[in-house]
Design a protein around this ligand. Structure first.
Ligand code: ISE
Length: 334
């Protein structure tokens, strides 16, 4: 059975997901591209051969010719649209964040639990990146020994919006690290501290965070949204017996004029090209089989990212270490 997928949101990520559905998800078809801007929806639909175009997200979710949904609309729509998919009985791959409000994440979890089965996979695609996968395996097979620390830096060329702030580096960018570090270490956070250096210009300065985990590890995360030189995300996992660090990912090196150079991707779509495709195929297999992906992130993971981000914003404002306090994990998400 071909899975008919609607993509909601025809912006940067929606257009990328539409392309992936149309070209690199055998067994799926791009049924609808929905955006409040009909012209933008039409451009993406025509570029990738969608069967139809729409402007009403709720109506699109309810359509009889839509079997599954990918939500790539603005962040504030993610939770209500996920609930709409749950209500309609349709599985959804929702771009991060589930919500920037932990309370709203709880509402989505309550809706999913009331429905009695999983409907939401969250788009924390780094779980499907081979570098984090190698880290997770090196930990699982004992190579590293007991994990002690994980160092992370996450650098964008420039802020995605003119009104971007240090707090948004925590709520918009850092959730990727918040989630993938939990996934690798298999633990939760208990506290976070957050600081910023001073730049010589008016650009948003990097945010440096230090987190503590329930298993006694330390995690640091640098988010620099104005790194300028390229999109560069790396990490190093330090164990009692060994460490494993990510190399800069580049397929080629240019040797010329007595120098050697490697390039950087402009943004996440290039660096995580394979991860997005693995993630989306895992979502499709879930829709086809009913088996939630082993590396997939759930509404609980969305909640966990939101709780630590909220604490991080408070820590940045206060300059003090801030506790991360979570509700008990429902058995439904065990
Ligand atoms: C953006 O929203 C993403 O999700 C990217 O993966 C991340 O690298 C970037 O910092 C965010 O702004």
């Amino acid at each position: 059975m071909t899975v008919r997928i609607a993509v909601i949101g025809a912006g940067l990520m929606g257009a990328d997901h539409a392309k992936i559905v149309a070209q690199e998800m055998p067994g799926a078809t791009l049924q609808v591209v929905c955006d409040m801007d009909q012209n933008r929806a039409r451009r993406v639909a025509d570029a990738h051969g969608a069967a139809d175009v729409a402007t009403d997200p709720a109506a699109t979710v309810a359509r009889a010719d839509v079997d599954a949904v990918i939500v790539a609309s603005p962040d504030f729509t993610h939770a209500p649209l996920s609930i709409a998919c749950i209500t309609a009985g349709k599985r959804v791959l929702c771009e991060k964040p589930l919500s920037q409000s932990s309370a709203e994440c709880i509402q989505v979890m309550k809706a999913e639990m009331a429905a009695g089965q999983r409907h939401v996979q969250l788009g924390f695609m780094r779980r499907y990146d081979s570098a984090y996968g190698q880290m997770k395996r090196a930990l699982a097979d004992g190579t590293l020994g007991r994990p002690l620390m994980m160092h992370n830096f996450h650098r964008n060329v420039e802020t995605p919006a003119a009104d971007f702030t240090g707090a948004m580096a925590i709520t918009n960018s850092a959730p990727h690290e918040f989630d993938v570090v939990r996934h690798v270490l298999r633990t939760e956070y208990t506290a976070i501290s957050a600081f910023q250096p001073r730049r010589s210009d008016a650009l948003v300065a990097p945010v440096m965070m230090v987190l503590e985990t329930a298993d006694g590890q330390l995690v640091n995360i640098e988010v620099n949204n104005n790194a300028a030189y390229g999109y560069d995300v790396r990490a190093e996992l330090v164990g009692e017996a060994a460490s494993i660090a990510m190399n800069h990912v580049a397929y080629t090196r240019l040797d010329r004029n007595m120098a050697s150079a490697v390039g950087y991707e402009a943004d996440w779509r290039g660096r995580y090209y394979d991860a997005y495709r693995q993630q989306n195929r895992a979502f499709l297999r879930w829709v086809q089989t009913g088996d939630f992906p082993a590396d997939g992130s759930s509404c609980w993971d969305g909640y966990a990212a939101a709780v630590v981000a909220e604490a991080g914003v408070r820590a940045l404002k206060s300059g003090q270490k801030t506790s991360v306090t979570m509700i008990d994990k429902p058995e439904f998400y065990a």
